[in-house]
Design a protein around this ligand. Structure first.
Ligand code: ATP
Ligand code: MG
Length: 201
């Protein structure tokens, strides 16, 4: 037997073992329920992944909705696309931006956006809900963490929710079913490249 055939046999045996292990795990994972997904960390890609999941849901004919807890300076491309595909958006329209930092108006704006989030968190017709940049509302104490946790716990059992933002509160991390941390290895901004439409927003 040549060396190449021996290698092939070994490879096949390894793959077969791997397949058995994966199949066994797939067989065990039978529960179906709404998943709470947290996308956190300092690297780029949290909102992108959140919107990617919303696009995935829309592609399967599911009803999705988005609440954005930080008003950017520009309308993000995802909003333009997804609104036309029937995804309602609530964007924190007044008050909080990185520039204002006015506590009273920021809190009022957060409350207003959260009221819409709470309404959607009680609506089984919303199958996938993105709460983009929600973590900051908790770290700046604009929203009460217990209130947020309770609303998430009491949501319809099949509803998927995605929370994005840095420094996610410990209680949300504990409640989540899936947590992914995106690390910053490097970012173009640090070499003087500005945020560009159609790529960064
Ligand atoms: P994205 O919307 O690109 O997925 P994100 O949601 O992970 O980014 P945010 O902190 O919400 O991260 O970032 C919003 C904006 O800041 C984006 O334009 C993004 O490119 C930029 N950004 C994200 N991470 C970094 C970083 N580590 N350094 C500099 N800029 C960043
Ligand atoms: Mg983001």
């Amino acid at each position: 037997m040549t060396e190449q055939y021996k290698n092939n046999d070994r490879h096949q045996a390894r793959q077969q073992k791997l397949k058995q292990a994966v199949d066994a795990r797939v067989e065990r994972a039978t529960a179906e329920k709404g998943v709470l997904l947290v996308l956190t960390g300092n690297g780029k890609g949290k909102s992108t992944a959140g919107f990617g999941t919303i696009a995935r849901a829309v592609g399967h004919g599911k009803q999705a909705a988005v609440v954005q807890f930080i008003k950017g300076n520009w309308v993000c491309g995802e909003r333009r696309l997804l609104e036309s595909a029937g995804v309602p958006f609530e964007v924190m329209a007044t008050g909080f931006t990185w520039d204002t930092q006015d506590r009273a108006s920021d809190t009022a704006a957060a409350e207003k956006a959260w009221a819409v989030a709470e309404k959607w968190l009680q609506d089984p017709g919303i199958e996938v809900l993105l709460l983009d940049e929600l973590t900051y509302m908790l770290s700046f104490h604009y929203l009460d963490v217990q209130r947020v946790v309770t609303a998430l716990q009491q949501r319809p059992p099949m509803q998927h929710v995605i929370v994005t933002g840095r420094n996610c509160h410990r209680q949300l991390l504990e409640l989540a079913d899936t947590v992914s941390e995106i690390n910053n290895v490097k970012h173009a901004f640090d070499s003087g490249i500005k945020a560009q439409p159609g790529f960064d927003y």
